[in-house]
Design a binder for this molecule. Structure first.
Ligand SMILES: [Zn+2]
Length: 462
């Protein structure tokens, strides 16, 4: 793609100086940002010009934790139970599903302005092919877990060695086949699922691979009470203490959720330089993490990947927490409840903050000369947003993915004037729908009681 000039926009660079140009330009050449400023002294004529008048121009979102579980929509919300429906359903996915679901997932990420997304999935290979085709920047992890999902439904943990070995093989193959591919847009991480779902031997194998390949590790950490209980039962320790004992508690590790982390565990996390990935459990103590200097990234986790909606959930979660916690927690928050987390801080964590957590802060996450050109524009010309005296506050509070009208990844336009350019959206969605009907159909055939429960909800019989 040739040079692109974005001009006349409200430029929020999200750089460390927090530079904003109320009317400025960004010049993109050979996939990188060449210049940013009030007016850009254009060195030569660009092939493409985007007039960003009445638009915010900012770095794309860095979504630090996502799974491709869109096939749960309309099912899990109605009959959801993490161990009874979510995990067993994972066993119904097949590697070949991704050729059908992958394009729709790439479309969703671009549509919502996630120019980089960490995607952890059982069969990431098919998704990598889709991402290569559509031009998304993705950080892929092969989900490593080794429990009998069927038995886990009734709370029984049975570890299957071959399943763990196959998952580790997939992780190795993912690295070998895809790390650094698509002009560097596809990279990989090692992703042991959680301390209750992975045995010590497999966890240590994951650690070894992360060190050998020099990759980040992502794990679900104290996500559920069942995880905490099982880890205590097996090892007499909390999940964080257990991981410390395995030697994986270091700045390579990113812990998703951290919902049941105690104060003592938080100290261990801080001292070790572990990052926290803040997802939809919105009342988690975000401010406390930030105040302790822990690096935090935001992730949409599952179902749908709308980063603007996630920011609002995080905001409301922080407010609800301050109110409900009382005591010292409320004292800490009350004097600045309206001020923190402030709107700008949320956008910053969703862009540069996420990039730093992933170790990609030198390349993406802000609009700065030399960085890769991952840029979005947000159209302010809708009656929910304009009139406003602060476009950034307004997009955090009222913006939607359809306001994100242009998305550029690595200097290539993937969404232009609201339309996706690197895939046929309708075809991608229709194919995904067909596949989802098939996956859920097989699950319901094996679990007729779940079909019945779902039908009762859908047709409002109960
Ligand atoms: Zn997750």
């Amino acid at each position: 793609m040739g040079d692109i000039l974005i001009k006349n926009g409200f430029i929020a660079t999200m750089d460390s100086e927090r530079r904003i140009y109320p009317r400025g330009s960004v010049y993109i050449s050979e996939g990188r940002i060449e210049s940013v400023g009030k007016t850009v002294d254009v060195p030569r004529s660009p092939e493409f010009i985007i007039n960003a008048e009445h638009k915010v121009v900012m770095p794309g979102f860095v979504n630090t934790h996502a799974h491709l579980q869109q096939y749960f929509r309309g099912v899990y919300e109605l009959i959801g139970d993490f161990y009874g429906v979510n995990l067993p359903l994972e066993g119904y996915r097949r590697p070949e599903d991704m050729q059908y679901l992958g394009l729709a997932s790439c479309a969703e990420l671009v549509y919502g302005g996630s120019t980089t997304a960490v995607v952890i999935y059982t069969y990431p290979d098919g998704f990598a092919k889709a991402a290569e085709e559509t031009g998304n920047r993705v950080v892929l992890g092969a989900d490593v877990e080794e429990v009998d999902l069927e038995k886990l439904r009734s709370g029984v943990y049975e570890y299957i060695r071959e399943k763990g070995e196959a998952a580790v093989r997939r992780a190795v193959n993912l690295y070998k086949d895809w790390h650094g591919k698509a002009d560097g847009k596809i990279t990989t991480i090692i992703a042991p699922k959680a301390a209750d779902l992975v045995t010590v031997g497999t966890y240590l194998k994951c650690k070894e691979l992360a060190e050998e390949f020099n990759l980040k590790m992502s794990t679900h950490l104290s996500q559920s009470w069942r995880e905490v209980t099982q880890v205590k039962k097996l090892y007499g320790k909390t999940p964080t203490e257990h991981l410390k004992g395995l030697g994986v508690l270091n700045n390579r590790l990113m812990g998703a959720h951290c919902t049941y982390v105690t104060e003592r565990e938080l100290s261990l996390i801080r001292e070790a330089g572990v990052s926290i990935l803040h997802c939809r459990a919105v009342t988690n103590p975000l401010l406390r993490w930030l105040d302790q200097g822990i690096k935090v990234g935001f992730g949409t986790d599952d179902y749908h990947h709308d980063m603007l909606q996630l920011l609002r959930e995080i905001l409301w979660g922080a407010a609800a927490r301050a109110k409900s916690e009382g005591g010292a927690e409320e004292m800490l928050a009350s004097s600045r409840r309206t001020a923190r987390p402030n709107f700008y801080e949320l956008l910053e964590l969703a862009t540069r903050g996420g990039a730093e957590v992933l170790g990609l802060g030198e390349e993406i996450g802000s609009l700065e000369p030399g960085k890769k050109a991952d840029v979005i524009t947000v159209d302010l010309m809708n009656p929910f947003i304009t009139p406003t005296r602060d476009p950034l506050t307004s997009i955090v509070l009222y913006g939607t993915p359809s306001d994100i009208d242009n998305v550029i990844v690595d200097g290539r336009i993937l969404k232009l004037g609201g339309r996706l350019t690197s895939l046929d959206l309708e075809q991608a969605l229709l194919k995904a729908q067909e596949r989802v009907d098939e996956i859920i159909g097989r699950f319901f055939d094996d679990y007729p009681e779940q079909r019945k429960a779902w039908e009762e909800k859908v047709f409002h019989r109960k």
